[in-house]
Each structure stands twice: as C-alpha cells, then as structure tokens.
Design a protein around this ligand. Structure first.
Ligand code: NI
Length: 161
C-alpha cells in the first residue's frame, strides 16, 4: 500500500534511523515502500522518506528499462568504499525538481539482513552502488543538499522555495 512521501525540509529527513527488527511490521513497511517507490517512479526509497525512522531501504535498479528486480535492505552497513569516486547527478523523491551534483564512491561492499533473516554481503557497482549510498545517507539523516557547497545549496533551495 502506498504511503505519503515526506518532502524536504520535513524534520524526519534529518534524523538518524534506528535498527529495524526483522518482523511482520518491517515486511509490511518494506512492501509499502516498494509500492510507494514504483508509484512515484523512483528507483530507491528509504524508510525515513515515508516517515519511519527504521534502517530499511528498498531499491529496484532495473524496472525502468526492463524486468523489475525489487530488493529490500534491512539494517544495511557499508563495509568498504572504493577510494575511486564518481560524479553523480542525483534526484530524490523527497526533493522533487532538484538534481544535485554529488560525489560517490564508485564501488562499495554492503552487508544487510534479508527479509528471511539471513545476512547478505555483496560488492555493489554502477547504479546500485550510487543508489545504495544515497539511501544509506537517508538512514543517517543526510540528504543530497547536505553534500553541496553553500552556493550550490542556495541555488537548489531557491528552486524549492
Ligand atoms: Ni533520496
């Protein structure tokens, strides 16, 4: 079921999310987040964006170009980041109309809990690496605007005003 997407500067977007339990409540939340993400035509969504301060995000890196690959990440942790950085032009469903130029690690190793309770770890590359870093930021109360210089941020905020 779709939930309401919180828009910046909603205070919930600036708060640190707490560890999630692997239970029915989290599963319903994750499914609702996928429904919300697809309805908004996004490729990633973090729980604080629907007003829940739990360490959960969802991602589907392929549905816009072919078959969908919905993924649920519970209590994700970045174990390693490549020193190589890549420029990334990022939109955010909570900051509509703004593309922020940020810098991200090209590759990361992410560990997370799967919906069945098992632990997974994987090297993420390409869009999945970038998107996961964006969503991890949301779990720590950070949005794309927080990565910008004061000048670039002022410009972005002018668009939102
Ligand atoms: Ni976002």
């Amino acid at each position: 079921m779709k939930r309401e997407i919180r828009r910046w500067p909603d205070a919930v977007l600036s708060q640190k999310a707490l560890p999630a339990s692997v239970d029915d409540v989290t599963m319903v939340l994750a499914q609702d987040m996928l429904d919300t993400m697809y309805a908004a035509e996004g490729r990633g969504l973090a729980a604080p964006q629907v007003g829940v301060l739990a360490r959960v995000f969802v991602m589907d890196s392929t549905w816009k170009v072919g078959a969908g690959t919905p993924e649920i990440f519970i209590n994700p942790e970045i174990l390693w980041r490549s020193t190589e950085l890549v420029p990334s032009s990022e939109g955010c469903l909570s900051i509509p109309g703004v593309l922020a130029e940020v810098s991200r690690a090209k590759e990361i190793i992410l560990r997370w809990v799967m919906p069945d309770g098992s632990v997974s770890a994987q090297k993420l590359v390409g869009f999945r690496a970038i998107c996961a870093q964006h969503e991890m930021d949301h779990l720590d109360g950070i949005v794309t605007l927080d990565h910008l210089s004061p000048e670039a941020r002022a410009k972005a905020e002018a668009v939102l005003a």
